[in-house]
Design a protein around this ligand. Sequence first.
Ligand SMILES: Cc1ncc(COP(=O)(O)O)c(C=O)c1O
Length: 486
Amino acid sequence: MLSNQNKTPLFDALKAYHERGVIPFDVPGHKHGNGIPEFAEFVGKKVLEIDVNSMKPLDNISNPISVIKEAEELMANAYWADHSFFIVNGTSSAVQAMIMSVCQPGDKIILPRNAHKSAINGLILSGALPVYIQPETNEELGIAMGVSVDSVERAIAKNPDAKAVFIINPTYYGAVSDLENIVKLAHKHGMAVLVDEAHGAHFRFSNDLPMEAMELGADMAAVSLHKTGGSLTQSSVLLLNEGLIDKNTVKTILNLTQTTSASYLLMSSLDVARKMLATKGDTVLSKILELTREARDQINKIDGLYAFGKELIGTPGVFSFDETKLGVNVTGLGLTGFEVYDILRDEYNIQVELGDVLNILAIVSVGDTEESLKALVDALKDISEKYRGSKKTQIKYAKIALENPEVIVSPRNAFYTRKKFIKLEEAEGEISGESIMAYPPGIPIVTPGERISKEMIHYINFLKSQHSMLTDSQDPYVEKIKVLGL
Ligand SMILES: Cc1ncc(COP(=O)(O)O)c(C=O)c1O
């Protein structure tokens, strides 16, 4: 039964604080923006007047007992979860908290190798041992999809002592695995199901979208309301269905790493985004889906482009599909996705979420309009006319270079073992001491403890040649890589 989702207890408390005109002798030191007038003038003074720290009337994220607690209960209720925890350090910290809530050092966790870096970092923090399953891949699109129930079943059969199964719902590009059957399978074997729902915050609020983790009986879900739910960047939610995992364990884990100065701008934006989704989400998302379908149809009429969608359902690793992810395969233009990504920004002032070797990805969400989608479609038409056939890009490394990495040392042991820098070109066969990835999507090409293969080196070099943003390596230009050894 839904509680009154029109309520916004935390936002209301913040507005009441603002109305009282409190004289601040606490942090933050900008004191309602007075200390940084240039910034206050640009963003608006009110924003800084409500950029405050925890105090009695505003509750405290470390131990919510009043307005944050109420707001979290409403959030849990909106997602049909038993509990929710507000997160202000991105879904990354929610993903890490999920893993740390279930896994102790040495415990196994089954997860797809295309998990986001936050999951890999969760392995380092928890000391858990990864049992990787390969996601299904779509060779034509050159991207990883979801995982099959069979591959989860095989991993469970080989690792009956694993503590948890970690699933991405949906992938960056919108592919959804058969979570319902994976949950049943994992639970039959006493394993918890942890779901990275960074890209699925909107699922719960439309019957026309894939199903959300809590509804399908998963134990925990890390949900990026800031990505597709409308709240401010970094704000996120950790959802819990009690049973295998205890609420107080999660609270303790979160308090290990979560800030003691949680932003009220971020938290109250969660409160208001939840109200919007719960009360108007269905209508807003119907409109968004209609606009996205229309845009997809129009893009599919443009020479050289293929906007993929629900027709992928039934192909390997695609049990369902999130149509608000507007992925466009651009190979027919003779350009890479990286190039189209740059052209869209530099020549059309359009920032899409990511470009990879063969595709670009536009994320359509609750804030989009007919005009924004029209601008994207028009730009793609223009790009097709201008560039199609003008260049023949050699796309050699479209195939995802993540297949079957050899895990030699656990991520945590690799992280803490002594390391040295060597030239990337000379690293084949060595054991990596660090993660390297393109961001976005933030999926590691190599992680600590894995043997570095020739394909990984080629792929990194290819990404460099495409000026893709490489992250996490100590050498910012990835000329060198940290490997284990003295
Ligand atoms: C699949 C996935 N999980 C987790 C995250 C982490 O989310 P955040 O950036 O909010 O920390 C991301 C971010 O891109 C992601 O794509």
